[in-house]
Design a protein around this ligand. Structure first.
Ligand SMILES: *Cc1c(COP(=O)(O)O)cnc(C)c1O
Length: 425
């Protein structure tokens, strides 16, 4: 019974395939038309002030004014999680933003906000084979005045476009994505935690979706943004980390793309991170070169604060020489500390032998990592060539890491008004 049905359906399938082959030319032509229709299907039209622009600029960018929003039905809305059990990146908001790029259809299509959904991809999509993928990480914060703020998004947009260009993916006007993202936050605003320490993390992502196996530029791409509420940046107790610095591993090299947020930079770090955990260390301190330069800690930029041989205090961080991800937090810390005018700031190579030597002389004061996810993460110790270097970050009076973090938090949560934190709505 079963096998005969199978046979029967197989026969049908063959007949059908045969027919398809005969009309394949027409089929492919009508197919691309259909794609265009689906993409431009009006969802829930919202009218915005028209802007003056050239209708043919879709090769250069998509536009916020073309954004349409399709809201969830009330029964699709999900319960918000308890703030206490907000694990990073586990629970996502009700809506997402999507923008397709199809070179054959003129480039960028109209952005849409839709209920959160799975993505369907051709199995040959370039993202699945050659990791043609890049992402951003940014946050919005609910301030003490109840207003929602976004922190220096134009820097994320500049970096995202740099990543796109290095992957052969289409670039776009950062302002247009910021406006779309702000609208997405508005739609899901109840997901921005009502808490002075939590926030809503946003993950703008761009992937190459051409269903063709050539190692070539992707003719089609999908830009999407998903968001998830994330918990406290600071547990209240000692949150300092211990690092493993093993020169056997490298995450970036000259002429590579370590300075771009490409997915392909992160997959190969997982086994090294696992090794650090097995050795009882929380993060990897990434080294580079025969002189073991420190580059980054986990997925954070690194800072060293010490007293030099003349008794002058110095904050040092590796320079943006292609090995370092140009962090928004890094740049902000450098700018804030520059305004304090209390110590010298240096962007230069720092080697492990320098760290060891400053530690031995008792002049190493602090080390910390910096990134959007945990703002600033103080470093307690470094395992390096069978030695454990103790870093007295947590023993300082009024440490730099703590003051910088407090100032960033004050800006992000609206305790102080600052141009870096833009109010949404
Ligand atoms: C994202 C990231 C950072 C931090 O960048 P921010 O813009 O401050 O969040 C630092 N290093 C690496 C490797 C990163 O991926």
């Amino acid at each position: 019974m079963f096998s005969s049905t199978k046979q029967c359906s197989c026969k049908l399938l063959f007949q059908f395939q045969h027919k398809l082959r005969q009309s394949s030319k027409n089929a492919s032509r009508s197919c691309s038309l259909k794609v265009k229709q689906i993409l431009s299907e009006p969802l829930e039209e919202k009218k915005y002030e028209p802007e003056q622009y050239d209708e043919t600029d879709s090769e250069i960018t998509f536009r916020f004014k073309d954004l349409t929003t399709k809201l969830c039905n009330p029964d699709q809305l999900r319960a918000k999680p308890d703030e206490a059990d907000l694990k990073f990146g586990h629970i996502f908001t009700d809506h997402m933003l999507k923008v397709f790029y199809h070179r054959k259809l003129g480039g960028w299509q109209k952005p849409v906000i839709i209920p959160f959904e799975n993505i369907s991809l051709h199995p040959a999509s370039k993202v699945l084979h050659y990791a043609i993928e890049l992402f951003e990480g940014m946050k919005v914060y609910r301030g003490v005045d109840g207003k929602i703020r976004i922190f220096r998004p134009e820097l994320n947009m500049a970096r995202m476009n740099a990543s796109a260009i290095s992957s052969g993916l289409p670039s776009f006007y950062g302002d247009e994505l910021i406006k779309c993202i702000k609208r997405l936050v508005e739609v899901d605003q109840e997901w921005v935690p009502h808490s002075p320490t939590s926030s809503l993390y946003m993950r703008p992502t761009l992937i190459g979706i051409d269903g063709t196996l050539g190692v070539q530029q992707s003719e089609s791409a999908l830009l999407f943004t998903i968001m998830c509420p994330v918990g406290s940046y600071f547990s209240g107790s000692d949150d300092s980390v211990s690092l493993l610095a093993d020169p056997a591993y490298t995450r970036a090299w000259p002429g590579g793309c370590g300075d771009k947020k490409l997915g392909s930079n992160y997959g190969p770090t997982i086994r090294v991170q696992k090794r650090a955990l097995e050795k009882g260390r929380q993060q990897v301190l990434w080294l580079y070169g025969p002189d073991h330069q420190i580059t980054e800690v986990g997925t954070m930029n690194i800072f060293v604060f010490y007293e030099d041989e003349f008794g002058e205090r110095v904050l040092a961080t590796p320079p943006l020489n292609g090995l370092i991800l140009p962090g928004v937090t890094r740049q902000s810390i450098l700018q804030l500390c520059d305004q304090w005018k209390e110590f010298r700031i240096e962007q230069r190579a720092v080697t492990m032998s320098e760290i060891v030597q400053r530690s031995r002389s008792g002049k190493l004061l602090e080390m910390f990592g910096a990134g959007t996810a945990c703002i600033i993460s103080p470093i307690r110790s470094i395992e390096y060539q069978d030695e454990l270097i103790e870093v007295p970050t947590m023993q300082q009076q009024n440490p730099v890491y703590h003051r910088a973090r407090a100032e960033l938090v004050a800006i992000q949560y609206g305790h102080i008004q600052h141009p870096w934190a833009q109010v949404i709505e």
